[in-house]
Ligand binder design. Structure first.
Ligand SMILES: C[C@@H]1O[C@H](OP(=O)(O)OP(=O)(O)OC[C@H]2O[C@@H](n3cnc4c(=O)[nH]c(N)nc43)[C@H](O)[C@@H]2O)[C@@H](O)[C@H](O)[C@@H]1O
Length: 397
């Protein structure tokens, strides 16, 4: 993207996608990895990240609402993302680049031979594709693919890259690729973090500010049903995340216990680290007593029968139960964000083992300035012998 005099030409576009079965909060983690790759690219060329539209997620199961081709602005605040790295929505890419074409697609994969124990090295090589390609040629020899539900989009060239390493391992390949103006990395979850939990990680994480309309919906609910306001709870939020730096332990949180109870595919595998509903309620009651709290807010993906049982076991529980209009407006993704936002503002939080949904709540509370003791807690399975609690990832500014 440079002339011989070093002048910047038009932007180069980086696109990416993730393995279809992965959920929303795992995808948020992949965004952080890609953002650090983009920062590496920006050191020498003028790249822009094209945000992959949301849609057709396995966990978004509400019937009768169309949840595809959703822009990031449905869930996140675009100006906040842009204070970290240059990003644009896919629709803007289509308008700017003048057509529904992505010039180069690299499908990321592992190495067919695996890697030898004890000899970890970062590497990347163009290799034959291992799995069957999720792209097929149309009559013009262009590649069709999922492309987030944009049926007109085509790829001009598809090849596979075997990778082992952190996100920036791809940078040399993108930088030396002078011809393509748009490059997509598919199966981007194969890249690791450049530096998990470091300053760069946290800057990107802090820039992922939820869309204002979702925060407002969560705040109104806190106020109305949980007697929780930022004033009383000492959880002031700065609209400009670059200006927000709260001393740990400053936040008090609303007078309620926040709970994330991940169910569905987390219990179908009969995992040892996830409690029964009875077990979870027992823990909730003991926490309420210990914390001298009367209210409990529960975020869960439990199926209807389980919710009914929960209501019997824990009649005082408060949940965000959307009206039809609210469901249509916020969609499954927005409702999950509202649940997370309310959990993030609780006096004390307890989540589910290894759920990225719970992890993102931990981070939100870290940003708000909660004492880690009130955040890094999880339920234990009844049969679990050694119930290790979540790691405290301290925020770095
Ligand atoms: C087994 C693995 O689980 C991983 O899930 P995990 O980390 O919990 O977290 P997520 O990646 O967010 O996927 C779980 C999805 O389920 C819904 N969900 C879960 N809990 C709640 C809740 O309390 N409230 C609301 N409103 N919705 C909830 C929501 O759509 C969320 O994005 C997946 O990312 C992986 O792809 C894989 O499926």
């Amino acid at each position: 993207g440079k002339t011989s005099e070093g002048l910047l030409l038009e932007a180069l576009y980086l696109l990416y996608d993730v393995n279809p079965p992965e959920g929303f909060n795992l995808r948020r983690d992949v965004y952080i990895r890609i953002a650090s790759l983009l920062k590496t690219l920006l050191k020498s060329e003028n790249w822009v990240l094209v945000l992959p539209p949301w849609g057709r997620l396995y966990h978004w199961q509400s019937p009768d609402i169309l949840q595809v081709r959703l822009p990031w602005s449905e869930f996140f605040d675009l100006p906040s993302l842009n204070r970290n790295i240059p990003v644009i929505e896919y629709e803007q890419f289509l308008a700017e680049s003048g057509g529904p074409f992505i010039e180069q697609i690299y499908v990321l994969q592992g190495y067919a031979e695996g890697w030898k124990e004890g000899t970890w090295e970062e590497k990347i090589d163009e290799r034959p594709c291992i799995d069957q390609l999720m792209y097929s040629k149309d009559k013009h020899e262009y590649y069709r693919g999922w492309f987030w539900g944009y049926e007109e989009t085509r790829g001009l060239n598809v090849s596979c890259l075997s990778v082992q390493g952190s996100a920036s391992v791809v940078a040399p390949i993108l930088l030396k690729n002078t011809s393509a103006q748009s490059v997509m990395l598919d199966r981007a979850e194969n890249l690791l973090h450049d530096h998990y939990g470091g300053r760069d990680y946290w800057n990107t994480r802090r820039s992922m500010v939820f869309a204002k309309h979702l925060r407002v919906a969560g705040d109104e609910f806190r106020n109305k049903y949980l007697q929780s306001t930022d004033e009383a709870d000492r959880t002031h939020y700065n609209e400009d995340w670059t200006q927000m730096k709260v001393k740990m332990g400053t936040a008090l949180g609303g007078p309620y216990l926040g709970v994330h109870l991940r169910r569905k595919d987390f219990i179908w595998g009969h995992r040892e680290d996830v409690p029964s509903l009875q077990g979870a309620v027992k823990k909730i009651r003991s926490l309420l007593e210990m914390l001298k709290l009367e209210r409990v807010f529960v975020a869960t993906d439990a199926v209807e029968e389980e919710v009914e049982l929960l209501k019997k076991l824990l009649p005082e529980m408060v949940r965000f139960e959307p009206s039809w209009e609210e469901l249509e407006l916020y969609k499954d993704g927005g409702l999950a964000v509202i649940d997370q936002w309310i959990c993030a503002h609780a006096r004390y939080f307890i989540g589910t083992s290894v759920s990225t949904f719970s992890f993102r709540i931990h981070e939100e509370r870290e940003i708000l300035g909660f004492d880690p003791k009130t955040t890094y807690n999880r339920f234990c399975g009844e049969k679990e012998k050694n119930c290790e609690q979540p790691t405290h990832w301290k925020i770095v500014y």
